[in-house]
Write a protein that binds this ligand. Structure first.
Ligand code: 48F
Length: 254
């Protein structure tokens, strides 16, 4: 066999073109591939829900790679240890109730779980706006290539339709803020000071549908609520991703 460069190009273009066409309409779009988004997308796809994860960076993983202050270790508490077991993430008990794992392994295993479940990944793709029509629901996302966004090129975007959208964009709550700017009834209060116990215990309450068709998870949920931040303890992110998946599935009747 002699390798043909054009065949390689054709394989990539035809395959991704078909996938893109297929995902112009989907059940759920998760915006942001940090820990909460990865868990949410994986658990949605596991239920057979057609779900895409849209990530503006080259790689998914968000703030998990860096552990705490670039020491590549993360901690979860007892309430979330089951996620380490479920996703096959190696860990050790540091003190009763505190479990420590490698951040790189955690990202890799969550990503692998999402792949295995059937999540379709659109990386290097930035969500720059939402579609809201007469029914007042978020019914689609306006997307563009991240390099277009980063370089400020004047290139019009494309739009995908989704029944449910999950804002998993972390501390900036990017999607919620897009709506806040133009619609009065959604307020993004912004995250509050570091207080791990409070932030972790409140996050499930803040993980909810904040606007018709828009759910928030992870730090985006705490940011919308004006809740505290928690630093490199990640149990709340995993639990929140699971809660968001439950809420979206219920909305979709699945
Ligand atoms: O920040 P991030 O990891 O979100 P998270 O799941 O987890 C927070 C933790 O990492 C940590 C913490 C808790 O322990 O405090 O910070 O809430 O990941 C958010 C992802 O969203 C992407 C961004 O690149 C990152 O990977 N993102 C942000 N804006 C957009 C986006 C956008 N407009 N379009 C697509 N992706």
């Amino acid at each position: 066999m002699t390798l043909n460069e054009v065949t390689i190009s054709r394989a990539i273009l035809e395959e991704q073109h078909q996938v893109f066409l297929d995902y112009l309409e989907m059940d759920a779009a998760v915006v942001g591939g940090g820990p909460s988004g990865l868990v949410c997308a994986a658990l949605l796809a596991e239920r057979g829900i057609k779900c895409a994860l849209i990530e503006k960076k080259l790689s998914v993983g968000g703030g998990m790679w860096g552990g705490g202050m670039m020491f590549p270790r993360i901690v979860v508490q007892e309430a979330a240890r089951r996620f380490f077991d479920r996703f096959g993430i190696t860990y050790r008990e540091f003190e009763p109730g505190y479990y420590v794992a490698k951040s790189v392994e955690a990202v890799a295993k969550l990503t692998a779980a999402a792949c295995d479940a059937g999540v379709e990944f659109f990386n290097l793709t930035a969500v720059e706006d939402v579609m809201i029509r007469g029914d007042g629901q978020v019914s689609g996302l306006v997307i563009n290539w991240s390099p277009v966004d980063m370089t400020g090129l004047h290139v019009d975007p494309l739009t995908v339709a989704c029944t449910c959208t999950v804002d998993a964009t972390g501390h900036d709550a990017v999607v919620a803020r897009m709506i806040e700017r133009r619609v009065g009834d959604l307020q993004v209060k912004g995250e509050s000071f570091m207080w791990a116990e409070r932030a972790e215990s409140q996050i499930l309450e803040h993980t909810r549908e904040v606007f018709p068709g828009l759910f928030v998870t992870g730090m985006a949920a705490n940011a919308v609520a004006g809740e505290c931040r928690m630093g490199p303890i990640f149990g709340g992110m995993l639990l929140s991703g699971e809660r968001a998946a439950d809420l979206v599935a219920a909305r979709l009747g699945r």
